[in-house]
Design a protein around this ligand. Structure first.
Ligand code: ADP
Length: 474
């Protein structure tokens, strides 16, 4: 089977969150099972681009309404990632430092999608499956079905994976003119709640829709940022497939971002060494449990609650723990987290920014990872934490519900709380401090977590079953 993944992110080329990790790993595992899996993404100005070898495979010329543009497709020539990686270069639109956050993101991702289908239409053969990810690529199923220029691609099976339904790419209906000439009777497929909504369009037009955990799919039927009714209507083609982790990149025994490697047998000493480095570097007290948060500083992740929770924890529980935050996001949350540095001096610190290497060191050196998410489609942090023997303290939602069992329950290993409130979180932190004071139980829990299997093997099989089902129905 030949599968083309189209995505805005792919680790290690460009990553802003879990989407990058998934698209960087899933194709590798599909290839291991004997399939041809390729990734197509925009050509941003990244370090990966500068450090690798590329060959030009296609040059094309197409248009975004009346703006005609040249595009070039380049391929990484050493197969470094374990699958074929293609980047689409559109001069002036995609070749920028950041992935998202520009005023013309609509035009950037529309033109990227148009270039991708234009390129595919020039192929001599057709791939079996087009697998698109999130709203940045969710117009592709519509384009291959309803744009006159791409009718040749109509028979390709399409899958949309929703990594996060909070982001839908809505824009004005006036932007429908940007899509190459399409069947005007299909206008309703582009519109949701009076706007052009690429994610909603993808849900309607893709052959199959997946979300990244079964519980998130259930939750979306009553909480999906306005798409609830649509998901209820389309539920017959939706399924939830839990993300896996790339167990080669995320392995404490071989991790390339730190030196003090460890495995199940040496977890205590290994973690202690990485913790010592972190505590030394960030002025924390190694004798106390190190509780961390890694991620986007936005309300969906519950990051707005952190400053208050830290203050309350120091007040009610006492200075019995350290907190260390790695993240970036809303300036207001960043500012509040920095503002409590004085209060927490010696027991609290932050690194505001994005640092892949530091994140690996933290998974290794921290004792607990806090995930108070209001919305968590799957969540990869807790899966990495489990592999690194770091106890997840999580809100019971989405993928966190599917992957973390409270240590008070049979076979459990994490700490779960129900509400994204300062009270519930502080209680979770109190339980973490209590657990830290029982080293034997903590050791046992660490060893149990590290032996859990959240690798891609099972999920890859589920995706292949889905593809095969579509191909059979053709
Ligand atoms: P989301 O995709 O919603 O942001 P996930 O839990 O699915 O959340 O994935 C987050 C990924 O991004 C993890 O690999 C995490 O380690 C990484 N990450 C998030 N913020 C940072 C940061 N500031 N520095 C380094 N890695 C980060």
């Amino acid at each position: 089977m030949e599968i083309i993944h189209v995505s805005a992110e792919c680790y290690p080329v460009a990553k802003a969150g879990g989407l990058g990790d998934v698209v960087g790993a899933l194709p590798k595992y599909q290839r291991d099972l004997g399939h041809v899996a390729k990734v197509v993404m925009p050509m941003y100005k990244t370090k990966f681009l500068r450090d690798n070898q590329w060959e030009v495979v296609h040059k094309g010329y197409t248009h975004l309404h009346n703006y005609w543009f040249n595009y070039t497709v380049i391929k990484e020539s050493t197969n470094k990632l374990g699958f074929d990686l293609y980047l689409v270069d559109i001069n002036g639109l995609l070749d920028r430092e950041k992935i998202y956050g520009y005023g013309d993101d609509t035009e950037r991702f529309f033109s990227f999608q148009i270039a991708v289908v234009d390129w595919l239409a020039a192929w001599k053969h057709l791939p079996d499956v087009l697998h698109v990810h999130d709203h940045h690529t969710a117009l592709i199923p519509f384009m291959v079905k309803h744009c006159y220029a791409y009718q040749k691609l109509q028979g390709i099976a399409t899958v949309l994976t929703i990594h996060n339904a909070q982001y839908q790419g809505q824009t004005g209906m006036d932007k429908t003119v940007l899509i190459p000439e399409w069947d005007i009777w299909k206008r309703g497929l582009l519109e949701w709640a009076g706007a052009l909504n690429p994610l909603a369009c993808g849900i309607r037009t893709a052959w199959k829709v997946t979300t990244v955990s079964p519980t998130y799919l259930e939750e979306m039927r009553y909480s999906a940022a306005g798409l609830e009714a649509l998901l209820e209507y389309e539920k017959g083609k939706c399924s939830g497939i839990l993300n896996g982790i790339d167990s080669v990149v995320w392995d404490p025994a071989t991790d390339r971002y730190f030196d003090n490697h460890y495995d199940v047998a040496t977890v205590e000493e290994g973690k202690q060494k990485s913790k010592a480095i972190l505590c030394e570097q960030y002025n924390l007290d190694i004798r106390k449990p190190l509780i961390t948060f890694i991620g986007r500083l936005v309300a969906d992740k519950g990051a707005d609650l952190l400053p208050q929770v830290f203050e309350e924890s120091f007040y009610y529980i006492g200075r019995k723990m350290n907190f260390f935050i790695l993240g970036s996001g809303l300036p207001e949350i960043e500012g509040r987290l920095q503002a409590i540095r004085d209060l927490g001096r010696g027991d609290y610190n932050t690194y505001i920014g994005y640092d892949e290497g530091l994140s690996h060191l933290i998974y290794a050196g921290a004792d607990f990872i806090l995930m108070p998410s209001r919305v968590e489609p799957c969540g990869l942090n807790q899966l990495y934490a489990l592999r690194y023997g770091t106890v997840p303290v999580v809100r019971n939602t989405g993928g966190l519900h599917d992957t973390v069992i409270d240590y008070g329950d049979p076979g459990g290993y994490g700490i779960r709380f129900n509400h994204a409130t300062p009270q519930d979180m502080t209680h979770g932190i109190w339980r973490a401090v209590e657990l830290y004071q029982q080293p034997e139980m903590l050791r046992e829990i660490r060893q149990r977590m590290m032996q859990l299997d959240f690798s891609w093997e099972a999920s890859v099989r589920a995706y292949l079953d889905l593809y095969e089902g579509m191909l059979r129905s053709k």
